[in-house]
Design a protein around this ligand. Sequence first.
Ligand code: CAA
Ligand code: FAD
Length: 380
Amino acid sequence: MDFNLTEEQIMIRDAARDFAQSELLPGVIERDEKQEFPTEQIRKMGELGFMGMMVDPKYGGGGMDTASYVLAMEEISKIDASASVVMSVNNSLVCWGLEAFGTEEQKQKYLTKLATGEIIGAFCLSEPEAGSDATSQSTTAIDKGDHYLLNGTKNWITNGNTAGVYLVIAQTDIEKGHKGINALIIEKGMEGFEVGPKENKLGIRGSDTHSLMFTDVKVPKENRIGEDGFGFKFAMKTLAGGRIGIASQALGIASGAYELALKYSKERKSFGTEICNHQAIAFKLADMATHIVAARMLCLKAASDKDEKKNYDQSGAMAKLYAAEMAMNVATEAVQIHGGYGFVKEYHVERLMRDAKITQIYEGTSEIQKIVISRNILRG
Ligand code: CAA
Ligand code: FAD
């Protein structure tokens, strides 16, 4: 693994930084308050190539490496984690899943539009009774010869209302357990598919989280991804990469909070000096900076494993576990360094603290990452 960034990676990181400053920062507080989806900003992110960064250019993507994606995710997340979760789901769950396992027809029909941001994708695994325990699927996709009949409810779906394409995991053969699960491509507007109300959330409030209801939705067989029964493995393999995206999101939230805290600590005075001159504050900054660098290294390590076609289940889970726990701590300390000002919206750090929390929960909670890591370690 080379720790030096290439010129191209630096260019991509800087482009993401400029975009976040000029297009995402204005209005980020209001979008959070009103739970407003960043429609125009996501459209521009598509135009700039941030929605299908790693997709092969022949399908309209940027053909970039995973490290570039990590760097861009960090920069976007520093400013607006609601926008970055849209980016993460589209890039590393939906585009990657389709590119890795879809048929050529599926790629031509869906991936080309997803990679350019013309449409947004959603990844639908969780259910009211199946979150961490993802094999306990109640949504059914019954084989009817030339189509599946899809019934059930998915919960907490990011891009739930704004997506045009949904990758839905459902049980076809209960007798076969996880080997009887399929992944199906569903289009917005299919008969029997309804979007539930928007969730009113603690953080990432600009993102669009909904439950989805399927009642006798006829899904053509050509919309199945992979062989019959491949759906659970599809979900697990896709989530392994998705976790690198969310780790980078957590890293960005932490970096954003740290940078604000550092700046504030050099401006705010108490007892006749800038507060950064109090060792208690300086040591907090030292801890924050150290943990952020460690998380960045873990994210880049997982990205490098993925690009070098090594197994990244463990390095991705480690990156997500570490970065998520670190982001929650760093953002909380950033609020503390701001004192009372940290508790109000204008200073941004309270939002970053609320946004950090979700990184410990979605795409596998921190406890689930420990299960993945420990199983890998114990298997050797
Ligand atoms: N790659 C390939 N196959 C895998 C795999 C991987 N990374 N992980 C597991 N599998 C396979 C196993 O090999 C096994 O298959 P075999 O029986 O053929 O060997 C099968 O999947 C079942 O695996 P387990 O026995 O390990 O399953 P489990 O019931 O113990 O659960 C788990 C494992 C890791 C806890 C899994 O259920 C899990 O990841 N849960 C968390 C779910 C999650 O992350 N949800 C995120 C939803 S998306 C989201 O959240 C998006 C967003 O917020 C923005
Ligand atoms: P549970 O699984 O009920 O867990 C509750 C608690 O028990 C957690 O602390 C958990 O870590 C712990 N726990 C459970 N089992 C174990 C165990 N074996 N050992 C130790 N501890 C355990 N899902 C999607 O499919 N697509 C999306 O786009 C998506 N977006 C989301 C967006 C938001 C804002 C939110 C809140 C969730 C989203 N999710 C999405 C769902 C998310 O992935 C789940 O919430 C998550 O996987 C946890 O599942 P759960 O909420 O059912 O919690």
